[in-house]
Design a protein around this ligand. Sequence first.
Ligand SMILES: [Fe+2]
Ligand SMILES: [Fe+2]
Length: 249
Amino acid sequence: MRQLELDWLGGPAERRMRRRRPGIDDLPWGTLAAAGIAEADAAPVRASWTDGAFSEYASAAAFAALTTALLEAGAPVDLIAMAGDFVVDEMVHVELNARICAELGGAAPYLVDLEKVSPWVDPALPAIERAAELALQISCVGEALSVPVLAGSMRAARHPLTRAVLRRIVRDEGPHARLGWLVLDWAGDRIDRARLAGVARTRIGHYAPLWRCPDCAEGATMIRAVRRDIVAPLAARGITVRVDDLLGS
Ligand SMILES: [Fe+2]
Ligand SMILES: [Fe+2]
């Protein structure tokens, strides 16, 4: 484990990224730094944007792993391209989070092992099963639940720069949450639905702190999102997940 450090190359790599995802430099950069936030107030905010930078980085690794599984499974060309394109979206989100940290005085202490950043999936499974499992975990569950969390943060954001950054991130996350359903529909009845139901249940359980903490302002919203945006569409595809105990109801 070592401190999270992000590097930037510039030159042709930067120019290509900007051409593919324009508008990033137009955000009101410098205004948060200029606001001169006191160190005591900046510390918790830096911690949360540092955590954000790493979770976006992990999302990029996850979409890269999904892209590889889709390639190995011989998935449709445009579906594979969509998954690969989301890696670039997530790297833009990493940049946005990191630049907010920089405005606040730099990243908070944050230990990571990048060697283990990719999601683990049993390499003995056929590629289509690995693709379905990754799509379910990353997109159908992870991205579906990050949409309401980010939207809540965006509404709470007071500063124009943080609000603009969160708006940009939220805009991208909707399509990220839809990809998983496209993968499951393409895989059709070639995947083991009972196994995937277990995967989904475990994954939803990881997010329980979002609705179980005593001061979860968005708890009811999260529970609704689990039922409406994850459990119901999974059931419609023959993947039946029992979550009443996880949701505390
Ligand atoms: Fe993201
Ligand atoms: Fe995402």
